[in-house]
Ligand binder design. Structure first.
Ligand code: SF4
Ligand code: SF4
Length: 472
């Protein structure tokens, strides 16, 4: 890399001077972090592939069952009515990310982000396997498309990229429709599931576009987390940086009075976003640790200590004392604990059944002879994986209140729901104002009662000052 092409803080490495795309071709370093990241990536990819296959309580470990509006998370089952829990889950996870970022910087981006994991450990590996190391890839770039070698290698690479994108999309969809249903889709005509087919087609196309061409642009131009991190970290957060005190002034190792950096630019050549970490912490750094491995390799060849580029805090790089415990960390820790506590509480409050009582369409009440009638629909959802028997009764301080319907227990199959009418009667004689009564649903197996307060409505009020309130 010539000095002219060295990245600087006034330009974006992935753009040429004329604004066109400079397609980056980072080399792959060898080293302890590269090995650890590769292993962690394979574990993460393995988890992604296996989760829809692993059965817990008769359902995939993670299954967002869109058709039946059920969500299965590691043996817990939630109905669509429990969707509000997603708020607590997402905010709880968000606070964990804030806390981790305040201590370890962009460790998420470099080690666990699906974009990094698939790009670095699947797509780029295939690219290197077919096209060879970076020098060979650049030679292919310069080669004319009329050359059969380029046609074959680039063609094969893009076919494999498209295939992998299709596989990732299918696996993603399996989280929402299950593996057996996915198999049905795959073995039947797309006309039988047009919406699913279009979704997979579009998603595969987007993945292919992203991993074949867009690549680091997603981190630089779209992902908000890179920008957010500058608000989350401070000079004591652990980041990947360059030890300027030790490295500068840079120069040939044989030269007198120079620092440890020999200006070999290996750290730039491995950087997936094309930056020069020696110019300080930059938004483009995704914390991948490639530059650490590259520089450690150079240092070991020079028989100098490793760590010229390393994980450290900005204060550490300046030779100041590193502080892990600081107000920011305590604040994020507090919010993380709060988020986790509220999340755990919200999850623990989930009931194995759900009851909804709604007034039937039509008049709010009917009057026949000396009887007043209110009509409701009672929707019962069995959220357990076993058949449940439900009994329903009404409770009120109105002595002559009677119900029709639910005379016998109602059986609801596992994870299914039923809707039945409930008619409540009262003597017109004894009615003087709308009143409330309770509908109580009991589950025999679970020893649980669900209760709803309902209004009984009737004709004009005897007391005109009585306020009439309607509920659903
Ligand atoms: S790899 Fe190390 S020695 Fe080489 S330029 Fe980068 S910081 Fe300097
Ligand atoms: S500067 Fe280093 S850690 Fe940051 S993205 Fe580039 S290679 Fe990865």
């Amino acid at each position: 890399m010539s000095a002219k092409n060295t990245p600087n803080l006034d330009s974006v490495a992935s753009l040429k001077a004329d604004g066109s795309r400079n397609f980056l071709r980072p080399s792959m370093p060898k080293g302890r972090f590269a090995t650890a990241r590769r292993l962690s990536a394979y574990v993460l990819i393995g988890i992604y592939i296996l989760l829809p296959w692993i059965q817990i309580n008769g359902h995939p470990a993670i299954f967002f069952d869109l058709f039946h509006r059920r969500f299965h998370l590691f043996g817990w089952t939630f109905a669509a009515q429990d969707l509000f829990l997603a708020f607590f889950l997402v905010s709880g996870l968000g606070f964990i990310l804030f806390f981790v970022t305040s201590i370890f910087g962009r460790i998420w981006c470099g080690w666990t982000c699906p974009h990094t994991v698939f790009l670095e450990h699947v797509y780029r590996r295939i690219e290197r396997l077919i096209e060879g190391p970076v020098g060979e890839q650049k030679r292919l770039d310069r080669m004319s498309w009329s050359e059969s070698e380029k046609q074959f290698k680039r063609g094969l690479k893009h076919v494999l990229f498209a295939l992998i994108s299709v596989i990732i999309s299918h696996l993603f969809v399996a989280y929402f429709i299950s593996i057996p249903e996915l198999y049905q889709w795959m073995t039947h005509s797309p006309t039988e599931h047009w919406s699913g087919f279009v979704f997979i087609f579009v998603m595969s196309g987007l993945l292919y576009f992203n991993f074949a061409w867009f690549r680091e642009q997603l981190c630089l131009a779209i992902c908000p987390y890179g920008r957010l991190q500058s608000a989350l970290i401070d000079d004591d957060s652990i980041v990947i940086g360059y030890d300027e005190i030790r490295g500068e002034p840079r120069g040939r190792p044989s030269k007198e009075g120079v620092g440890d950096c020999i200006d070999c630019k290996q750290c730039i050549s491995v950087c997936p976003t094309g930056i020069d970490i020696r110019q300080g912490l930059q938004m483009e750094c995704v914390g991948c640790s490639n530059c650490i491995d590259a520089c450690d390799d150079v240092m070991s060849k020079l028989k100098r200590p490793s760590g010229l580029i390393r994980y450290d805090s900005m204060n550490g790089f300046k030779g100041k004392k590193r502080r892990i415990l600081r107000p920011r960390v305590f604040v994020y820790f507090f919010f993380m604990l709060l988020g986790l506590t509220v999340m755990s509480y919200a999850f623990s409050m989930v009931k194995p059944a759900y009851m909804l009582v709604t007034r039937m369409r039509g008049a709010p009440f009917y009057q026949k002879d000396d009887l007043l009638r209110n009509q409701y629909n009672v929707r019962i959802i069995n959220k357990t994986t076993e058949e449940q028997t439900f009994a329903l009764r009404i409770e009120s301080d109105q002595k002559d209140l009677e119900k029709r319907g639910f005379e016998t227990p109602v059986i609801v199959k596992p994870m299914e729901e039923t809707m039945l009418p409930l008619i409540v009667l009262k003597n017109l004689e004894s009615f003087d104002a709308p009143f409330k009564f309770r509908v109580i649903l009991s589950l025999q197996e679970e020893e649980l009662e669900l209760s709803r307060e309902i209004h009984f409505l009737g004709p004009q009020l005897k007391d005109p000052n009585q306020e009439l309130k309607f509920e659903r």
